[in-house]
Design a binder for this molecule. Structure first.
Ligand SMILES: Cc1ncc(COP(=O)(O)O)c(C=O)c1O
Length: 364
């Protein structure tokens, strides 16, 4: 069957779950203060990197005793660095309900060859957290970017767990409330919610994660780019701005500008409200404008409120196998719609119904 082209197209095609659109009225001139041509180890470079770390802490409300590092290779680098350094000390549970979570399952099972307990749920569903034993190390993605299904809260994670929680929060940080006391490792990348640039990852460690790093040596080799300890001690410099290798100071400046913008909009609370409001605009728009002509999956968007989306999702039975969910073209298309709410920037559309959506979103 041939593809039917929509009659109305967005005036601004930058409507994506990542890399996300940049902040409103962004211009390269905003980055004029970037210390280009200077070393990241010069005072000016170190200051900028430290500011990126401490402003992240301030905006996201990360506890003072948590370590925050800027690491290579975006979220993927940060998450794999955590897996390679921390896993193997005890039993591991890998939870996946879309493609990114499945990628971490492949890492654990096929690359690290860990005999992990794998629990998966289909697209649109979430793993039954009641079956998870948090005395094991547990790896999961807070918001499954490609399915739009997220954890509703951290209530399912016990405060007195013996294992570590490793949370990929790439499309959750700055758009959803993250319970820091329930997260031992949290990672995200700048390219997502704040519309930053790729290549740099954020690695956030609880005191218990640091304790594990300093008391456990994994049996597999760690390349320089992954090493977080030296002589059994955390390399503290990584968490004060002395990065493992050379970062882009242009990207750092871009992140600082985005953080300042987030602060000016009410910080994390403002960003979350903005993401929820944008999601609501889409939820309202879909049934009114597209209605019965679309697939049930897209129509379901119109029936689901952003703040309760995942708690209303059907919960799958726990499966224990090595999954590799295939992502069909139609699912990809659905996920674009489902993920759009995550972007914190307004959507700009061409005319008619789409323009009404634009006006709604611009009002926020
Ligand atoms: C949940 C999740 N994890 C990981 C990634 C990979 O991020 P990056 O390309 O920044 O490494 C993405 C998106 O790109 C994502 O949405």
């Amino acid at each position: 069957m041939g593809m039917i082209e929509p009659g109305i197209k967005p005036a601004n095609p930058r409507f994506s779950s990542g890399p996300c659109a940049k902040l409103p009225n962004f211009s390269l001139e905003m980055l004029a203060d970037a210390p280009l041509g200077r070393s990241h180890r010069a005072a000016v470079g170190k200051e900028k990197l430290k500011a990126a770390i401490e402003t992240t802490r301030e905006v996201l409300g990360i506890p003072a005793d948590y370590k925050i590092g800027i690491v290579p290779a975006s979220d993927t680098g940060a998450y794999e660095m955590a897996m390679w350094n921390l896993l193997g000390e005890r039993k591991v549970e890998m939870l996946a309900w879309e493609s990114f979570g499945s990628g971490w399952v492949t890492d654990a099972v096929k690359q690290l060859k860990i005999d992990a307990e794998v629990k998966t749920a289909d697209y649109g569903q979430i793993v039954d957290f009641a079956t998870v034993d948090f005395n094991n190390d547990v790896c999961f993605t807070w918001n499954g970017t490609t399915s739009g299904v997220r954890l509703p809260s951290g209530d399912v994670i016990p405060a007195d767990r013996a294992g570590l929680t490793l949370c990929d929060a790439t499309s959750a940080a700055f758009a959803m409330d993250l319970p820091w006391d329930k997260l031992d490792v949290t990672t995200f990348s700048w390219q997502k919610v704040l519309g930053g640039e790729g290549a740099h990852g954020m690695l956030i460690l609880s005191p218990r994660a640091v304790e594990r790093l300093e008391s456990y040596t994994p049996p597999w080799p760690l390349p320089k780019i992954f090493r977080l300890t030296k002589g059994g001690k955390l390399i503290d410099g990584i968490f004060t701005g002395a990065t493992i290798n050379t970062p882009s100071m242009l990207c750092v400046e871009d992140y600082l500008v985005a953080l300042d913008w987030a602060k000016s909009k009410g910080g994390a609370a403002g960003m979350i409200a903005r993401a929820d409001a944008n999601a609501q605009a889409v939820h309202d728009f879909v049934p009114r404008t597209i209605g019965s002509k679309t697939s049930p999956k897209i129509r379901r968007l119109g029936r689901t409120r952003p703040s309760a989306s995942s708690s209303r999702m059907p919960v799958s039975k726990t499966a224990q196998h090595s999954p590799k969910p295939s992502l069909s073209a139609s699912k990809r298309q659905v996920s674009h719609w489902m993920l759009a709410p995550i972007a914190t920037r307004p959507l700009v559309c061409a005319s008619g119904a789409a323009a009404r959506l634009k006006r709604q979103m611009l009002r926020r």
